[in-house]
Design a protein around this ligand. Structure first.
Ligand code: CU
Length: 199
């Protein structure tokens, strides 16, 4: 009897311990998830982790203001702009982009039918990112039955290359390269190479 009470007490303590861990994890997840609620300094630090030091040292940074809109966090001089998050999911996904990609990305955010950049651009996501995927197809937006798939550190060549003419794959594969959003005006080439290793 005594032994079973001790065992019971042990189980209760264990459960309480687990519950505390789960709650802490949830809190952490929520804190990490909401980039716009981070301080300006934290947002700048996160944004600057998207590319290698020689790029971020002179890059401009955009941060979320209290109204949720992006504003200048700091000016830059090398033509690159870094943002603290792309999808605002629990996993950090900052991005640094050149002027052409910035234009492309602003068009994408506005739901413009097609991007207005007139030349190819380059963007870096050294912390990796995520995309929606369903039945092995990469989607531009969430749809029912789609799941979030994580991406490793990568960089992008932003220009509407087509899988048909380039013969590149249309989904992540062991080669580490594919055309994302193939067949849409927002298609671009994803290259799974870590930008932090570029000098
Ligand atoms: Cu992409």
């Amino acid at each position: 009897m005594m032994r079973s009470i001790i065992r019971m007490a042990f189980v209760v303590v264990l459960c309480l311990g687990l519950a505390t861990l789960v709650t802490a994890g949830e809190k952490q997840g929520k804190a990490a998830k909401n980039v716009p609620s981070m301080s300006q300094e934290e947002q700048i630090k996160l944004a600057l982790s998207a590319a290698s030091p020689h790029i971020v040292k002179d890059a401009a940074v955009l941060v979320f203001a209290a109204d949720g809109k992006l504003k200048e966090g700091r000016p830059g001089t090398n033509g690159f702009t870094c943002i603290p998050t792309v999808m605002n999911l629990p996993d950090p996904d900052p991005m640094c982009m050149d002027a052409a990609v910035k234009q492309w990305w602003e068009d994408l955010m506005k739901n413009a039918p097609k991007p207005s950049n007139t030349m190819p651009g380059i963007a870096y996501m050294a912390r990796g990112g995520s995309h929606w995927e369903k039945d092995g197809r990469v989607l531009m937006q969430e749809e029912s039955g789609a799941k979030i798939v994580k991406e490793p550190p990568h960089w992008m060549i932003v220009w509407p290359f087509e899988a048909k003419t380039t013969m590149l794959p249309t989904a992540p594969n062991p080669s580490g390269v594919y055309v994302m959003f193939d067949g849409t005006p927002y298609a671009h080439v994803m290259v799974y190479q870590d930008p932090r290793k570029m000098k």
